[in-house]
Design a binder for this molecule. Structure first.
Ligand SMILES: [Zn+2]
Length: 101
């Protein structure tokens, strides 16, 4: 039970909640998201998610986060482009690893 993942860097990230709520230039706020495990589909609570937000021009930001699922111990990566132009929307950037239902 002491396996060391080759992808350890994400564990060094600060808790995503340190960055929340994130406020865009236009005043729109992002308070976090409901994460779902890519492996078993269970919900992963926000306090378990680590990551950071990178501001992009035009009321957008890139969310880079990861979490270890408490149910299956699978590590999930979340990579989203958030767009607060108009209604807040999120586009997942890592579609290659993600199967649409
Ligand atoms: Zn899981």
């Amino acid at each position: 039970m002491s396996q060391v993942s080759p992808q350890m860097e994400w564990t060094l990230l600060p808790p995503l909640t340190d960055e929340l709520p994130y406020t865009f230039d236009n005043g729109a706020a992002f308070n976090g998201f409901n994460a779902e495990c890519d492996h078993c589909g269970d919900m992963i609570e926000l306090p378990l998610i680590k990551g950071r937000m990178a501001t992009v021009a035009g009321n957008r930001c890139v969310l880079m986060a990861a979490a270890e699922c408490p149910s299956c111990s699978g590590v999930c990566h979340y990579h989203y482009l958030l767009n607060a132009e108009g209604e807040l929307s999120a586009e997942r950037l890592d579609h290659s690893q993600y199967k649409e239902q």
